[in-house]
Design a protein around this ligand. Structure first.
Ligand code: NAD
Length: 233
């Protein structure tokens, strides 16, 4: 149990690891997506300019994998925590799979976008729901303005979403917990360094992250096994 006080403000940062037990591959490590793909070729503005079909094939594959996945006990424990803490919990995810919402979390901040949304690469039409997978023989879908429709994902080299809101919540938290994130992808990897010294910092995952030095507590194990007990009210 965490032993939270009635005034604690909890900031949770989740990474690919929380969805690993749901069967969605992480990026790094054995079986990780970057073992089979080079991110420069499928997840960057340059890749989109050079070969948008390859980019859509990559995200279509990820849409199919995420559509078949179900939330695991780690996602459900976080949804329960939101029920307990209400607006004293800020849930920020680097994941794009939508499994936090499927588990019942209502206020999830998606700093790297959402797999089941698309947007125009040219105009400022807002992102829209889109679960389609790409037919490699078809043309890249177009917006009314003539721009191409792209996945609503923050690619390498792009600025993550909702940073103002995230930095505000980070500044107010008294407990910071990172779950299933290797601590190498910026800016999320540095969040803990900003709160270290004034907030209780906790990591949950099967191995120590690269930024282990900044965590006071490290709970080694799978999120789906650790979180239900750790987050019980
Ligand atoms: P990462 O692949 O770099 O690290 C994953 C971490 O999860 C590792 O530290 C690993 O030890 C840990 N892990 C593995 N199994 C776990 C488990 N059962 N429980 C807890 N932790 C476990 O991923 P990252 O740090 O999240 O990298 C950030 C990038 O990954 C983001 O850009 C994010 O958008 C992207 N990503 C998202 C998804 C998804 O939406 N599910 C999947 C792959 C990558």
């Amino acid at each position: 149990m965490l032993g939270l006080s009635a005034t604690d403000q909890v900031f949770i940062l989740t990474g690919a690891g929380i969805s690993a037990e749901s069967g969605i591959p992480t990026f790094r490590g054995a079986g990780g997506l970057w073992r089979n793909y080079r991110f420069e070729e499928v997840a960057s503005p340059h890749a989109w300019q050079r070969d948008p079909r390859l980019v859509w094939e990559f995200y279509s594959m990820r849409r199919r994998a995420a559509a078949a996945a179900k939330p695991n006990p780690g996602h459900f424990a976080l949804a329960q925590l939101e029920g307990d803490l209400q607006d004293r919990l800020f849930l920020c995810t680097q994941n794009v799979d939508g499994l936090h919402e499927q588990a019942g979390s209502c206020r999830v901040v998606h700093m790297h976008g959402e797999l089941f949304k698309s947007r125009c690469d040219t105009c400022c039409r807002p992102p829209f729901d889109d679960a389609n997978t790409f037919d490699p023989t078809a043309e890249i879908p177009r917006c009314e303005c003539g721009g191409r429709i792209r996945p609503h994902i923050c690619w390498f080299g792009e600025v993550p979403f909702h940073l103002d809101e995230i930095f505000r919540a980070r500044g107010e938290c008294t407990v910071f917990m990172a779950i299933g994130t290797s601590g190498v992808v910026e800016p999320a990897a540095s969040f803990v360094a900003h709160v270290r010294g004034r907030a209780r910092t906790i990591y949950v995952g099967p191995e120590e992250p690269a930024n282990r030095f900044a965590f006071l507590e490290c709970h080694l194990g799978n999120a789906g096994e650790i979180l239900p007990d750790l987050l019980r009210a």
